[in-house]
Ligand binder design. Structure first.
Ligand code: RTP
Ligand code: MG
Length: 149
């Protein structure tokens, strides 16, 4: 089943000039980028996006971090891609992330773990709607789609 995930390169990824390289991993895997934009998240949007963590002790730091510079927000599509992308991203704490995962290869600290990806279909739908208008999401065919599927 084709799914869409909300994937965001966090401010540290953009500032460290890793955004293209990380996004390239999804392209190389055969996933399709349907939408992408660079933006600085407002504190309001950050609190909404990470609402499930509002009572956690790290919430204030998380909001400060995610609003500290531009993020690259994207919508990525592919077969069963929500869990696939989470596997490619790796554990929340990069110290525990396997080598070969994005966090395992590029990050050291939980508070600077470079990327966000939706954890379920419900979160994906909520997060995509939070960051993108329908008109900003493009459906198109890939010339090599029949090689991938
Ligand atoms: P994300 O939502 O950003 O994709 O990360 P995740 O699913 O792997 O982890 P989640 O539990 O949703 O936590 C969201 C972000 O909060 C920060 N965090 N800090 N200090 C801590 O114990 C702690 N735990 C989480 C991380 O930046 C994490 O990505
Ligand atoms: Mg999460």
């Amino acid at each position: 089943m084709k799914q869409r995930s909300f994937v965001m390169l966090k401010p540290d990824a953009v500032k460290r000039r890793l955004a293209g390289e990380v996004l390239g991993r999804f392209e190389n895997r055969g996933l399709k980028i349907l939408a992408a934009k660079l933006l600085v998240i407002t504190p309001e949007l950050a609190k909404e996006h990470y609402g499930e963590h509002s009572e956690r002790p790290f919430f204030k730091d998380l909001v400060e971090y995610i609003t500290s510079g531009p993020v690259l927000a994207t919508v990525i599509e592919g077969e069963e891609c929500i869990s696939l992308i989470r596997k490619m991203v790796g554990a929340t704490n990069p110290q525990e992330a396997d080598l070969g995962t994005i966090r395992g290869d590029y990050a050291i600290d939980t508070g600077r773990n470079i990327i966000h990806a939706s954890d379920s279909e419900t979160s994906a739908a909520r997060e995509i709607a939070l960051f993108f208008e329908d008109s900003e999401i493009y459906d198109y065919s890939m010339p090599d789609e029949e090689m991938i599927y």
